[in-house]
Write a protein that binds this ligand. Structure first.
Ligand code: Q46
Ligand code: ZN
Ligand code: ZN
Length: 303
């Protein structure tokens, strides 16, 4: 197979785009596409400061790399979750995030959950009494809170996460199976700034996972190969598997599924109530919450 741009031997085939490219042209294509997605949905500009959530994995380090290459103003935020599980998962992944920041002379904030909150994510989760063996709900709550806290404290205009098309399509698929109206309404690659909430953006929302993995490999970005030990058995992984089967028989299925959803969102097909309507400010941390009292993060970490 030959590169469509230069006719040299192709390094990657992208059947869903009917495109094959050599390494240099793939890297160029990937960067140009990222910029297109950012501009198309008005995610941020080069004059704005962006906080990139980095986990030490291939997607988030690829995202930081692309934004850095494109000349955006970015700093990173690594949240150390205190997950060990006999593979020193958090320590290892932090080392990759730090190595990347150092080698590109970029600033990395590190939030160390065990120090800041006097407990690891699995410990906080078991304190909540449910989902004891699956700390993901607690983990998500803490990560969302801390990202927003840093964005507000250090005045970043946007928080960028590296969710890709596989992630977004799997979430949408899961929410569609139960027609979870509230979650469906809230799913979009840009969530605008609102009082107390920083803008949240997902510049990789149209890339397949294998595309961002290929970018990391071709750029020789060192990243942690292990997945978080708690990701096994995650319903989102099961939904990803189902979609992968559809995709194998019909390349482009995920892209069509998610793009058609975005168009429906743009046409306000799913009508929602504005979020501020029922929001109050948490008396402890000042972040918006639907509760009349402390927000879920403060309830979790109180005492
Ligand atoms: S890091 Fe946290 Fe994920 Fe690990 S504990 Fe679950 S949510 S699986 S993205
Ligand atoms: Zn080429
Ligand atoms: Zn709070």
């Amino acid at each position: 197979m030959k590169c469509r741009k230069c006719g040299q031997k192709a390094s990657i085939n992208l059947p869903e785009h009917r495109l094959a490219l050599c390494k240099p042209h793939y890297l160029e294509w990937f960067q140009q596409q990222t910029e297109r997605f950012i501009d198309k949905l008005h995610m941020f500009t080069r004059q704005e400061r962006v906080l990139v959530a980095v986990s030490g994995g291939k997607d988030s380090l690829s995202l930081w790399h692309v934004l850095w290459t494109l000349g955006y103003q970015t700093d990173g935020l690594y949240i150390h979750l205190g997950i060990d599980e006999n593979i020193a998962y958090s320590d290892q992944s932090r080392a990759y995030a730090e190595e990347f920041a150092q080698s590109h002379q970029l600033k990395l904030h590190v939030y160390h959950v065990p120090t800041e909150l006097a407990a690891t994510i699995p410990e906080l989760s078991s304190r909540r009494g449910r989902n004891q063996e699956k700390p993901c709900a607690t983990c998500g709550l803490v990560k969302r809170h801390v990202m927003n806290q840093f964005a507000r404290q250090y005045e970043y205009q946007a928080v960028a996460t590296a969710h890709n098309l596989d992630d977004e399509a799997a979430v949408l698929f899961g929410n569609t199976l139960t027609w979870n109206e509230e979650l469906i309404q809230r799913q979009y690659p840009v969530l605008d700034e609102e009082p107390g909430f920083a803008r949240k953006v997902k510049p990789f929302y149209r890339f397949y996972e294998r595309e961002s993995a290929a970018y990391a490999l071709m750029q020789n970005i060192p990243y942690i190969y292990d997945e978080c030990p708690f990701s096994r058995g995650n319903p989102a992984l099961y939904h990803k598997d189902v979609l992968n089967k559809l995709e194998a028989d019909h390349p482009g299925t995920k892209l069509v599924f998610f793009n058609a959803f975005l168009q429906a969102q743009q046409h306000h097909f799913f009508q929602g109530q504005p979020r501020e309507a029922e929001m109050h400010l948490c008396p402890r941390c000042g972040q918006p919450t639907q509760s009349d009292d402390l927000c879920s993060f403060c309830r979790l970490t109180e005492g």
